[in-house]
Design a protein around this ligand. Structure first.
Ligand code: 3H9
Length: 644
């Protein structure tokens, strides 16, 4: 045994698994666990076993890296059965997270105890599969069908307290987990053992229950949640072994699916992106105190996100009135969190106590980091950095939140330009995950490392982008929209293009999304470029804005809207406005429309890679998934096109 060690505590064996980083259940782990059950059963001096893990977590699930390879014995369901069938009862002692196969192993144990901070769950559907080692068969026997359906189809883990309430855990221990679990085992040996989970009875649910659950599961947009639900339903109607065979078949079928491959791609990309190899070993600068310049929607969102992560905030605005408005905007963010039950009133007060407003830049003399989020105009931004250059510590990190301007131009003349960086947040900044990190040629490596550390601290998805118009995300967006307009010019109906992209998995198509966000933003940006003497071709969006059609806020953009109704209606006015420009009557199936638009995104992504603007194709995929609504289960445009 190399991964499992055993320590004796009287008649209890404490079996510790140490398979860093997350105790994933690899082939070796399965093999050692399977054999360990036999060894403990054969030892007359032992009466029970506690399974505990070293490191940050209990078993985090099957080793996802093995999913692309043929399954090798012993299979996980057999390991779970083996533990359950042991003569000596096993107790799972959970810290960190017991997820997927990790929780399935825990269900094979006769008891489950956890520390308060632990989480348990069956997140397999987020990887495009279903639980494959009895999650859909044992969970309804352990916690009831309704709880099992919620756990398995949502993939969301539960806190230890909630899991105990649902019947998934037998006890939550405070203090040392190992001694708590050993004490639990000792006490349990003094009473009758509960029935193994596989032998427990299963309740039957009415047809309406399944109908409602199917409706909810189908909202995910990909097949795994529905298949997981079907598997639970099957388990309620068949015996244990039959249900296990059915679950296994579904699991293996999905494991080889395109959706699962795409979701695994995103899973690993998300884990790699926040810790770029090139920055390994570089110590980030501190960011305990943060100045935010601008208290509008963006500035307030950034301030709210930083405060939520525990930083002390000074919000700078022009004058007292604007300061009050800015603080009010931050307050509204925390009001929302109170309303959603995420924080208490006291929590809100405690957060707001750490947000101070001022119109005096001198207040920023000692802060670690300043993030500028003022109007997107080069003169305004440069004036801000001239001021910051005067008042801030020479080692304070200075960041601009710009979407389109060149950070080099913003930083021109700044003393110590090595501490300057672009941090492109997405609106609303306290919610959106994506953070584009844009270093200039002068940015010091530890400043870049600080950008990533900040991204991680804010629980965002930080991705490095080089300097070009629109960085990664907005540059691809522009190409996507241009391609969509190109199809309109060839005669494809606007509503068909939107429907095609919804069918593909986006929540909205490109035209509906513009109507919601407003067509004027991109229009003004194009006009700005034209005014600066750059050649920018007239778009169909320009035609609409010039005719006063800026989107839902003007009761019409690409579509018409009835008052108080956000349902897009095809617009005769738009047909008339665009009429003579439309030169064809192209009729494309929706799948081909989507293929063309995603293909255009990927082609732009390739150009971005070739120019060194993005570091890797998976970074582009993360930008699209986390910032632009690209369906996760398609993996992002680079993955989707490479896989097709
Ligand atoms: C399953 O169990 C199927 C079964 O039902 C049936 C089978 C028959 N495998 O997230 P982190 C790596 S499906 C392989 O940054 P944290 C990860 O790539 C599985 N590797 O840590 C990273 O590597 P690197 C169901 C894995 O502390 C490193 O570990 N389980 C796995 O922020 C650290 O990861 C899940 O879906 C894995 N399963 O969070 C759980 N998990 O250092 C997935 C992680 O090289 N995992 N790695 O970049 C998680 O949710 C988090 O990792 C966890 C820790 C919460 C556990």
């Amino acid at each position: 045994m190399t991964l499992l060690t055993v320590r004796r505590d009287g008649e209890i064996a404490v079996v510790t698994l140490d398979n860093p980083p997350v105790n994933a259940i690899s082939e070796a782990v399965r093999k050692e666990l399977f054999e360990m059950v036999g060894q403990i059963d054969a030892d007359p001096g032992l009466r029970a076993a506690v399974l505990i893990c070293a490191g940050r977590t209990f078993l985090a699930g099957a080793d996802v890296r093995e999913f692309g390879k043929p399954p090798v014995e012993p299979h996980l369901p057999d390991v779970v059965d083996r533990i359950e069938a042991a003569e000596k009862p096993w107790v799972a002692a959970i810290h960190g997270a017991a997820l997927g196969g990790g929780f399935e192993i825990a269900m094979g144990c006769r008891f489950r105890v956890a520390v308060e901070s632990a989480r348990v769950g069956l997140p397999e559907v987020t990887l495009g599969v279903i639980p494959g080692a009895s999650g859909t068969v044992r969970t309804p026997r352990l916690a009831g069908v309704e709880a099992a359906v919620e756990l398995v189809t949502s993939g969301r883990p539960l806190s230890a307290a909630k899991a105990q309430k649902a019947g998934l855990l037998d006890a939550v221990v405070s203090g040392d987990l190992e001694s708590g679990a050993v004490a639990f085992a000792r006490k349990a040996l003094g009473a009758d053992l509960p029935m193994p989970v596989s032998k427990r009875p299963l309740e039957q649910m009415p047809e309406e229950f399944w109908q409602g659950a199917r409706k909810t599961a189908s909202k995910a947009g990909h097949q795994a949640p529905l298949r997981a639900l079907d598997s639970i339903c099957f388990a309620t109607e068949h015996g244990f072994s039959e249900a296990m065979a059915h679950e296994r078949e579904t699991f293996l079928d999905l494991r080889g699916s395109d959706e699962a491959a795409a979701l695994r791609h995103v899973f690993f990309a998300e884990r790699a992106a926040p810790k770029p190899a090139a920055l390994k070993g570089i110590e980030p600068r501190p960011f305990k105190s943060v100045g935010v310049i601008g208290g509008g929607t963006m500035g307030a969102g950034i301030a709210g996100a930083c405060r939520e992560a525990g930083m002390e905030i000074i919000l700078i605005e022009r004058d007292a009135e604007a300061v009050a408005r800015g603080l009010d905007n931050v307050g509204k963010i925390f009001d929302g969190a109170v309303k959603r039950g995420k924080i208490s009133e006291e929590g809100r007060a405690e957060r707001m106590a750490g947000v101070r407003g001022s119109s005096d830049y001198a207040e920023l003399a000692q802060v670690d980091l300043v993030i500028e989020a003022v109007f997107e105009e080069i003169g305004v931004k440069r004036a801000v950095f001239a001021e910051l250059g005067r008042v801030c510590r020479s080692d304070a990190l200075l960041a601009t939140n710009t979407s389109y301007l060149d950070p080099r131009a913003i930083a021109e003349g700044l003393p110590n330009p090595e501490r300057f960086i672009g941090l492109h947040f997405f609106s609303p900044a306290h919610i959106m995950k994506l953070l584009e990190i844009v270093p200039t040629p002068d940015t010091a490596p530890d400043v870049l490392a600080t950008g990533f550390a900040l991204g991680r601290a804010l629980n965002k998805m930080p991705v490095q982008a080089g300097i070009c118009e629109g960085f990664i995300g907005n540059r691809i967006l522009k190409r996507y929209r241009a391609e969509a307009e190109g199809l309109v010019l060839q005669g494809v109906a606007i509503s068909e293009i939107d429907a095609a992209m919804r069918d593909y998995g986006f929540r909205m198509g490109p035209f509906e999304a513009q109507d919601l966000g407003g067509l004027d933003i991109a229009f003004l940006q194009r006009e700005g470029a034209r005014a600066a003497g750059r050649e920018v071709a007239e778009t169909l969006g320009d035609v609409l804005v010039r005719a006063g059609r800026k989107g839902q806020k003007t009761a019409g953009g690409w579509y018409d809207y009835a008052e108080g109704d956000r349902t897009p209606q095809p617009s005769a006015a738009v047909s008339e406005l665009l009429g003579e420009r439309i030169s064809g009557s192209l009729d494309l199936p929706r799948s081909e429309i989507a293929e063309r638009l995603v293909g255009a995104m990927a082609a732009e992504g390739q150009a971005i890679l070739d120019e060194g603007i993005a570091q890797a194709p998976q970074d582009i995929d993360l930008v699209e998934v986390h910032g632009y609504g690209f369906p996760r289960w398609k993996g992002g445009p680079m993955f989707a096109v490479a896989a097709s």
